[in-house]
Structure formats: structure tokens, C-alpha cells
Design a protein around this ligand. Structure first.
Ligand code: SF4
Length: 350
């Protein structure tokens, strides 16, 4: 049996042939699964009985069970899911005025060890499979149909939840294929952003093989400072990362987003702002200045509002497009860097 949310047209060819069922039925099956979110073949009422029986033997139901839905005062919702092996992952739904963004996880835990991130403390437990990634999106879509919020439907997806998506490249690309295919969820790649700590070869591969947006988590302006905060810098130096960004095949009229978590007294000085301007020279870019969200034993404090605004001003004055990104859902530990799958706090879905 294969997971229902990993179903592709190719995966249906052989079983349909074997059962002597017309190939056009594959389109109907996919439309039930991804168009309507129906995973029980018995409920696919326009399919012949023998096809429903065949699918019941071929497709395994989603192995992702919601165990908690937490609601923030700002409208943000955090979903915790239990996977078939008992691991817990989280996704976050973030309403904005005209957008509804889902932040999805790509791994259980993470191997990258960023100093400002609670997920790092878990270490890497395992990669998510393509269907586990797709299932998070399917769940959010269904949830919004039943319990509308903001603009009502999902408009954007960001891979900024638990895990380093490019460390799980093949599964990520398979999931992106389903999310963007006309026979799948049909989401425009322009509305999907993959965020990375800067795995240089995988960044190239992602942009060569997909049309999604790229975000790079930078958060430091010197080699030493970044090595301290983001151990990946020992493998791919800041210089190498920025050189690679200059050469990436970024589609026309698109930019690379650089995420910069602002930490008081660590990376938020005027000199940092000036160095950042230099680092970004020659790159079509925009900068998101992110408020640091504290978690237990973090060892860092976020920059104050005044400092953040001065830092932004310095960037803007030098022609760098920079925005300050509000923290969303900090009261439910759903904000950037706070996802840690605190399984002991997860109760039954509510
Ligand atoms: S910030 Fe992202 S890449 Fe870094 S440890 Fe956290 S989840 Fe991993």
C-alpha cells in the first residue's frame, strides 16, 4: 500500500492497467484526493465499484493524526500532529489581511543546530516523507473549510517549520511536485517559499528543479558571528553562501529573501547593518528582520523595537528593501524558532 497523499498519475498507471480500468479514471481519483480531500475510496462515488475496491487495497490513509490545535490571541493557529511512529510535528497557520499562510515542517527535529531555535534542541529525529508534508497542507485546507479564519482559504505556504527542508531535498521536491501540479493541489510555486540555513549545492538544485521562492536565514554579518549562531557556516562559509546567492538561477522579477533574527547585542549593531548592506550588494534581495522569540534556556534576548527600527532605517537608507516581521503566535509557542513539539503538553485535538 502507498500513502494516499503520495499518489501521482504515474503511481496509478500500473494498478489501473492491471485491473483493465480506463486510464482517464486516474484523473477522477486524483481529483477526489487532492481536490476534495477525500481519502476513503468508498466515498469516491463516481468511481466504479471495482476501482473503489482496488484503491482500498492500494492506498493507505494519511499517517498524520492531529493531536492539538492551539489558538493565539492574534488569530494564529498551531497544529500538532502525531505521525505513525509516534513522532510529533507542528505546522502553523498565520492569517494576515489578505493572506493565509501555512508554515509547514519538513523534518522531525533538525540537525542544523541554530542557536536561536528551539527545534535545534531536539536534534534530527528523521526526515518527513512527501505524504507527511502534503498531509499538513491538506489538513490546513480542510480545517479552514470547517473553521474559517481571515481571508478564508490558504494562499501561501512557507517551509519554515521544524527542520531544514533542503536537508530533505528529494522528499521536499516530491512534495512540491504534488502541491504545485494541476492534478494535485495546483498551488502556484510563486506562493511557496522554501527557507534554508544555506546548504549551497541544494539551493542550486532546488532552483534548477522547481520554481518556488527561496529564503536564506542569514542572521549574522561576519564569519565568526555566523559560525557561532549557525554551525552550518563551518561547512559553507558566509562568503561562499553569498557568492552562491549571486549566481543562483533566480527567476526574473523575483528576489531572494534573507531572514535576519535580531538578537540584542549579538547581531544588531549599526556596523552589522552596514556589513549587511555590503553582503547583499549585487543580489536581488529583500530582508525580513525577525523579532527573536524567547524559549526556555535560549541564552539570547531579542533586540528592542527602537534598535530594530534603526537597523531597518540604515538598510533602507542604503537601498536595501527591509521589513520588520511581526511575531505571530508567541503566546502558543508558534512563532519563528519556537516549534519544539512539546509532546508532553499535547492533548487530544480540540
Ligand atoms: S532555524 Fe531552521 S534550520 Fe536552524 S535549527 Fe531551527 S529548524 Fe533547523
Amino acid at each position: 500500500m502507498q500513502p494516499v497523499f503520495a499518489t501521482t498519475p504515474d503511481a496509478l498507471v500500473e494498478p489501473l492497467q492491471r485491473a483493465g480500468i480506463a486510464p482517464y479514471r486516474a484523473g477522477q481519483v486524483l481529483s477526489w484526493i487532492y481536490g476534495r480531500g477525500v481519502v476513503d475510496p468508498e466515498a469516491m462515488t463516481n468511481l466504479p465499484r471495482e476501482l473503489r475496491a482496488l484503491l482500498a487495497g492500494e492506498l493507505a490513509p494519511p499517517a498524520l493524526e492531529p493531536v492539538q490545535i492551539a489558538r493565539s490571541v492574534d488569530g494564529t493557529r498551531k497544529f500538532a500532529f502525531r505521525l505513525a511512529d509516534g513522532e510529533i510535528i507542528e505546522s502553523v497557520l498565520i492569517p494576515d489581511r489578505h493572506r493565509m499562510t501555512l508554515c509547514v515542517s519538513s523534518q522531525v527535529g533538525c540537525a542544523m543546530g541554530c542557536g536561536f531555535c528551539a527545534t535545534a534542541r531536539l536534534g534530527l529525529r528523521r526526515h518527513l516523507t512527501p505524504d507527511e508534508i502534503v498531509a499538513q497542507v491538506m489538513f490546513a485546507r480542510r480545517h479552514l473549510e470547517e473553521d474559517p479564519l481571515g481571508c478564508g482559504h490558504l494562499t501561501n505556504i512557507v517551509f519554515m517549520g521544524m527542520g531544514e527542508p533542503l536537508h530533505n531535498l528529494e522528499n521536499l521536491i516530491a512534495a512540491l511536485g504534488i502541491l504545485t501540479a494541476p492534478w494535485g493541489l495546483g498551488i502556484s510555486p510563486r506562493r511557496i517559499t522554501v527557507s534554508t540555513v544555506g546548504l549551497v549545492p541544494q539551493m542550486r538544485a532546488l532552483l534548477e528543479r522547481t520554481q518556488v521562492n527561496l529564503a536564506v536565514s542569514l542572521s549574522a554579518t561576519t564569519e565568526e558571528g555566523r559560525r557561532e549562531l549557525m554551525p552550518v557556516t563551518r561547512k559553507y562559509s558566509l562568503q561562499e553562501l553569498m557568492d552562491a546567492c549571486r549566481e543562483l538561477p533566480v527567476p526574473r522579477r523575483r528576489r531572494i529573501t534573507f531572514e535576519y533574527v535580531m538578537l540584542a547585542g549579538v547581531n544588531d549593531s549599526d556596523d552589522d547593518a552596514r556589513r549587511l548592506v555590503k553582503l547583499l550588494h549585487g543580489i536581488r534581495s529583500k530582508v525580513n528582520l525577525i523579532c527573536f522569540n524567547a524559549f526556555a534556556d535560549a541564552g539570547y534576548a531579542g533586540s528592542g523595537a527602537e534598535r530594530r527600527e534603526r537597523f531597518q532605517r540604515l538598510l533602507l537608507d542604503h537601498g536595501v528593501n527591509a521589513t520588520i516581521r511581526d511575531s505571530r503566535g508567541p503566546d502558543i509557542a508558534a512563532a519563528c524558532g519556537q516549534l519544539a513539539a512539546q509532546t508532553e503538553t499535547h492533548s487530544a485535538a480540540r
